[in-house]
Write a protein that binds this ligand. Structure first.
Ligand code: HEC
Ligand code: HEC
Length: 464
């Protein structure tokens, strides 16, 4: 048995036996049975099969630390393989130690977004899908595999899903995200739900990506997030038996290119459509958003009234349609995006704060402006704001209630708030938050179409 013992910067040890890694053992370890109704088991080259971690007992207590440790152990597995290159034993096992995915024989349907009636009316007008990259089932399937593949990061520890977790509406629950080598990013992860209906189509808190297709490759080469290089990654995926068939199904030939990666990732993300909330059920039963929803409690209906009226949240977070008055029955009440980046008074105009769009465009009038995700599933996506400064939704409401700060670019819709505060009493605040809770679509959190397709080896650190 060729054990290697490694100790990383945090003093964690991992002991890897590289000799035991043969394919049959891997499959039995995973409890993987021969495919029935599912196709499976193309092997990728990256994950080591049997690594045992020795952890100090006191760290075992803490769930969050355990997550990090798990990542560290995956990182160490990579180190062990890299160190072993040139060594016959390690090389032999590298070829056998491959990732498995489990995909349905007929691909899932990603093309039919099931939209409530009232959403269908406006969907086309807001949809940012480009004519040359419509969603296909094979394209989105490839996007799904890439989204969950840790090979996309330089050390094989981090996938898109590390910072965009399905159960958290595709955010990560952290104040600011943490990248492949455990360095912190400066911003809070953004939800990926319903991005297809952000009419401007621009991405990131500061909108520096012109489209979803332009955005999806940026985390891969970002030095803190995933730290990889696209030319190298393309070669790596081309050589991985998992990918050429998936590229062939999606694009007609097995060639791996970064453009095809971008297209398929964008297709997968555009398929993340969530309109199965209590709000949607209620909205479909009434003529206008202003009517009381029959399925809402009194408090939820009151919260809705506040959101649309006195608290003025809707003026920004339900993008007004050009030329359609806010109280009109014809206005859209579906998407909960803001129309364009703006200043909501979280910072005064002081040096050293994140300038948002202003940092990207270098224009003074853009300083302090931020895009923001849709408020759908908002109760699951905290911490809040571009830097995750508010941990709870109550703190967000308190911000609008009392703490809107003056700023030269403060949105005029908040000017009164800065002067006087919104000053909602306690019962109103609670009702408003109850209403926000009706925007949660729970089905998307476990929809198999968007789940991790990789068969993960049971981790010695954390049972998955
Ligand atoms: C290390 C954590 C991390 C990883 C890994 C990561 N992201 Fe993100 N993602 C973020 C953060 C943080 C932001 C906001 C960054 C900003 O605005 O500067 C973001 C923003 C986005 C947005 C913009 C959403 C919007 O509403 O504008 C998309 C789309 C996205 N990520 C997709 C991906 C994809 C696809 C991958 C994998 C290729 C990925 N992310 C990998 C943390 C991460
Ligand atoms: C003038 C437009 C405007 C108004 C009015 C407004 N918001 Fe916002 N809201 C924004 C902007 C812009 C951001 C992002 C700011 C940032 O991150 O720096 C934001 C962020 C948020 C967030 C955090 C979202 C996330 O993903 O982190 C929540 C929650 C929120 N607003 C709720 C509300 C509620 C509730 C109201 C009504 C009391 C309201 N907003 C009124 C513009 C507005």
């Amino acid at each position: 048995m060729g054990f290697r013992r490694q100790t990383d910067a945090n003093g964690l040890q991992s002991v890897g036996s590289e000799r035991d890694g043969n394919a049959s053992q891997i499959t039995s370890e995973l409890g993987h049975r021969p495919p029935r109704g599912k196709v499976a088991t193309t092997f990728g080259k990256f994950q080591a099969s049997n690594h045992v971690a020795t952890l100090q007992p006191d760290v075992r207590q803490n769930q969050r630390v355990r997550c990090k440790l798990r990542q560290a152990v995956h990182g160490l597995a990579m180190v062990a393989l890299a160190v072993g290159a040139g060594n016959a034993v390690a090389e032999e096992s590298t070829a056998e130690q491959r990732q498995q995915v489990r995909l349905p024989e007929t691909p899932y349907d990603y093309t039919q977004a099931s939209l409530p009636k009232y959403v269908r009316k406006h969907a086309a007008m807001y949809d940012n899908t480009p004519a040359d990259n419509p969603i296909t089932n094979h394209g989105a399937t490839l996007g799904r595999v890439l989204f969950y593949d840790r090979q996309l990061s330089r050390n094989g520890t981090t996938s898109c899903a590390s910072c965009h977790q399905q159960k958290l509406a595709f955010t990560d629950g952290k104040k600011v995200s943490v990248g492949f080598d455990r360095k912190a990013v400066t911003r809070n992860s953004m939800s990926l739900l319903n991005l297809r209906y952000y009419r401007r189509g621009k991405m990131f808190w500061d909108e520096r990506a012109a489209s979803l297709e332009a955005q999806v490759l940026m985390p891969i080469e970002n030095k803190v997030e995933m730290g990889h290089r696209l030319p190298e990654l393309t070669r790596q995926l081309q050589a991985d038996p998992l990918y050429p068939p998936l590229f062939a199904a999606a694009f007609g030939s097995p060639q791996v290119t970064s453009e095809r990666m971008a297209r398929s990732l964008a297709q997968f993300i555009r398929a993340l459509v969530a309109f199965r909330s209590k709000y949607d059920v209620g909205r479909d039963q009434v003529a206008t958003v202003h009517d009381a929803f029959p399925n809402f409690s009194k408090q939820e209906n009151y919260g809705k009234e506040l959101f649309l009226g006195r608290a003025r949240c809707a003026e920004c977070h339900l993008e007004p349609q050009p030329g359609v008055p806010l109280d009109s029955a014809a206005r859209q009440s579906a998407f909960f995006f803001i129309a364009k980046p703006t200043v909501n008074g979280v910072d005064s105009d002081v040096p050293k704060v994140d300038l948002g769009v202003g940092a990207a465009t270098q224009r003074r009038e853009d300083q302090g402006r931020f895009k923001v995700s849709s408020l759908r599933n908002i109760l699951l996506t905290g911490p809040y704001m571009h830097d995750g400064r508010f941990i709870t939704i109550e703190q967000v409401v308190e911000h609008y209630n009392w703490s809107v700060r003056p700023h030269p670019n403060l949105d005029p819709r908040l000017a009164d708030f800065a002067a006087n505060g919104l000053a909602l009493p306690e019962t109103e605040k609670v009702a408003l938050i109850e209403f926000l809770g009706t925007l949660t679509d729970r089905q998307i959190l476990s929809d198999p179409r968007f789940s991790d397709p990789f068969v993960r080896r049971p981790s010695p650190v954390e049972s998955e």
